[in-house]
Design a protein around this ligand. Sequence first.
Ligand code: PLP
Length: 384
Amino acid sequence: MKKNYLLPVYSKYDVKFKYGDGSYLFDNNGFKYIDLLGGIAVNIFGYNDFEINNAIINQISQYTHLSNLFEIELQNIVAEKLATLSNLDYVFFTNSGTEANEAAIKFARAWGHDKNKYKIIAFNGSFHGRTYGSLSATGQSKFWNKFEPILDGFVFADFNNFDSVLEVYDEKVCAIMLEPIQGESGIVVADKEFLEKVYNFCKEKNILLIVDEIQAGMGRTGKFFAYQNYNIQPDIVTLAKGIANGLPLGATISSKEVGDFLQPGMHGSTFGGNPVALAVANVVLKKLNHKLLERNIKVGKELKDKIKSIETKYIKEVRGMGLMIGIEFTDEKNAKEIAKELLKNHLVVGTSGDKILRLLPPYKISFNDIDKFVRILEKILDYK
Ligand code: PLP
């Protein structure tokens, strides 16, 4: 048997894709698949997008990398757009989501340093990444398992339970960090009252609110940032995944007050803010217009309603916002088995654990393809 040289940290689906086009993937045998996963919320404009391809080609003919010692105009252009969209002031570019959160944690601690505040309240069920800072803010011990001890200074409250925030708060806390929709733990949407109470509490105690928009942001919920569905204003926002439609890019956006604590040399990255990734981000931001965001709400609603209308005893709950949808099954069904079955029927979906199917499709997905997905899911649930 052929030796596998890849570190075995991923379990892979039994399919080999050759290329993608729009919201479709094509395997080695030429079969076409409807993509409802979008590279896990990354390929928001799907595959082989003409404007994105052109932006990449134009940029690589200039330079692919310069280093952050030199001015890269695209960084300024994209930073201005992100700061304006979030009503914040500074942007630090990274290569991934975990690095964006790592920077957010460092910036919050830099802000809290002279105030003798360093603790961060995070939430059970959260996912913020795999590097030590982000991992330590991740409220799911299965991700720390064997990697302990995690970093000091992280305490956990229960998501959607404001009283539990009060229980873990003390005067050493510098920030509260959360996802407006917990993605990895199965699409758990923050209640409006909860999130707004957390925000008001941050204001009252003069501590920072860090919002991780890595999975839910970039227009997926119908607002540019998912937190914009609530009456809140974070001090730090993190982005990655869809920001450059598949090229590695992340961003940590902060208020002036937080950013002013950072001086040259205090943080950095060799590759962070790569010009090719930024050329794509610039196009992505141009393409994400109001009409498209409205469409995400409409398509998402249709998808959710259609799934809810499936007559089956096996679906426990359908939840989410816009094009970020989770389907929770009853104990009789295993989501991973259903995902495999869907793949055999040329439908690509994701899962969260054994019980939840996760849908994060490209924004180009058609109403027709949603219909097909629902019909096939219905059939699989009936016969499996
Ligand atoms: N934060 C959230 C909400 C995520 O969903 C993820 C990835 O799934 C991350 C952070 C980590 O991002 P990355 O895998 O790019 O490091």
